[in-house]
Design a protein around this ligand. Structure first.
Ligand SMILES: Cc1cc2nc3c(=O)[nH]c(=O)nc-3n(C[C@H](O)[C@H](O)[C@H](O)COP(=O)(O)OP(=O)(O)OC[C@H]3O[C@@H](n4cnc5c(N)ncnc54)[C@H](O)[C@@H]3O)c2cc1C
Length: 415
């Protein structure tokens, strides 16, 4: 699929270059001009571009600059159903039950009303490319890099890329702000996983294992996450929350142990692998440098600090940003979370950072003692005040009270 997508996007990019060449031969100014340039065609960039394409004749002329030469099935997006119907056809799995466990207990959470659901990245990318290809106002360029940072030229931004230069009035920059570094986030969520196909039916396809701390080492917050895709197939991941970001190879041994425990002796084939590093509580969320230069995506406020989940927040942002552009109010970034939520996330992450050995009990207690609908609304960033109160009441009070004075030190990230 990746090759086919890449071919279609390259074809479009070549067509663009051919037109510019023809114009140059006729002595015309070859500088293209767009209303909007989106830097980075990943989840945020494509989500916004698709919303703009849906405006039909009102769609601003939009260029999406993406450095990858092809899209691959590089990740799976999971989130709890919030009633939005936009991605229904792309959803490949839904689970009504999940478990959280440590080495002293287990809790089962019924989320049948808001199932946990999965969209494979390849389905998302394919859908977006299809929609952008038929829209006359959007151009997706793959395999294109910026040759220098955008510069201001009067009321325009000058964009220089390996495919040429162009002018735009609005830049939406979804590129990551830089590589993950220790100190840039309260914690980093580093994970590594493999989708495996077993010879024996060893998985329960109705239940995901959201967090399994049963092999926990008290010095690290490490758990296994299992998404059963059938009785024979599952995505098995190990995740570490810690101050230091870890790449996939650093988690390889933990992953091998987790897979061997989960396949119960069955022989298996690895179908694909995925890994990532997500910020949990960025110390400085990037603010827009200019009203018409907006930063968005994972390192600009898309990731929910206490979970690293970003997919639904990106979708909500893409809706609002496209609406704002369509109404002539300009582009907007990710909205700040309510103060109470930011304070709770910050305190929660501070406790985890200070007491990694308490994490298995904290998570088990949280899931066992909070009503599932309240917990899911809270985790999905749609919580109400009563949900916050329910979550607070489910947590062990002492480590949180002890951490309050230290957490107040980091007020910077509350603003
Ligand atoms: C493996 C994995 C699994 C995840 N699973 C979940 C999940 O289950 N649920 C959830 O809510 N969140 C999940 N996330 C977190 C989050 O939803 C994703 O990281 C999401 O892709 C973030 O979107 P983004 O647009 O910020 O970044 P990306 O999707 O990474 O897009 C950024 C784009 O910018 C491009 N780019 C970078 N530099 C340049 C440059 N100089 N020029 C041009 N292009 C450039 C990149 O190639 C990339 O395509 C997951 C993340 C990963 C990595």
């Amino acid at each position: 699929m990746g090759e086919e997508l890449a071919h279609r996007c390259r074809a479009r990019a070549s067509l663009l270059c051919a037109c510019k060449l023809a114009e140059a031969r006729q002595g015309k100014n070859v500088q293209s001009q767009y209303d909007v340039v989106i830097l980075g065609g990943g989840c945020s960039g494509l989500s916004l571009a698709v919303r703009l394409a849906e405006l039909g004749p009102r769609c601003p002329s939009t260029l999406i600059v993406e450095q990858r030469t092809a899209y691959t099935n590089d990740r799976t997006w999971c989130f709890w159903d919030d009633g939005a119907t936009r991605h229904l056809p792309l959803i490949q799995h839904r689970w009504p039950t999940m478990t959280v466990q440590n080495n002293v207990g287990q809790t089962t959470i019924n989320c049948g009303d808001t199932p946990y659901q999965l969209i494979p990245a390849e389905a998302f990318y394919q859908d977006a490319v299809d929609r952008l290809t038929v829209c006359p106002s959007t151009t997706l360029q793959l395999g294109v890099q910026l040759t220098r940072e955008p510069t201001k030229a009067g009321r325009h931004w000058q964009i220089e890329t390996t495919a040429g230069s162009c002018l735009t009035t609005t830049v939406i920059d979804t590129r990551p702000s830089g590589p993950p570094t220790q100190g840039a986030a309260t914690l980093w969520q580093s994970f590594s996983g493999q989708e495996v196909e077993c010879d024996e039916p060893v998985f329960d396809p109705a239940t995901i294992n959201l967090m399994d701390f049963s092999t926990a080492d008290p010095s690290r917050i490490l758990f296994t996450y299992v998404l059963p895709l059938s009785t024979h197939r599952a995505l098995i991941e190990v995740t570490q929350f810690g101050p230091e970001p870890l790449t996939g190879p650093a988690l390889a041994k933990d992953l091998a142990i987790a897979i061997s425990r989960r396949v119960h002796g069955s022989s298996y084939t690895t179908l694909r692998a995925e890994d990532g590093i997500l910020p949990m509580g960025l110390q400085t969320v990037r603010k827009p440098a200019e009203p018409n230069y907006i930063k968005a995506g994972l390192t600009a406020g898309a990731a929910r600090p206490c979970t690293g989940y970003a997919f639904q927040r990106i979708q909500r942002w893409a809706d609002s940003c496209a609406k704002s552009l369509a109404e002539g109010r300009g582009a907007i970034g990710h909205p700040a979370d309510p103060l109470l939520l930011r304070a709770m996330d910050h305190l929660f992450l501070s406790v985890l950072r200070a007491h990694p050995e308490k994490a298995p009990d904290i998570f088990l207690s949280l899931f066992a003692n909070t009503q599932s609908d309240r917990m899911i609304r809270f985790l999905s960033g749609r919580g109400r005040l009563t949900d916050y109160c329910n979550v607070i009441a489910a947590l062990p009070i002492l480590p949180f009270l002890q951490q309050v004075p230290k957490a107040l030190w980091w007020q910077e990230s509350w603003r």
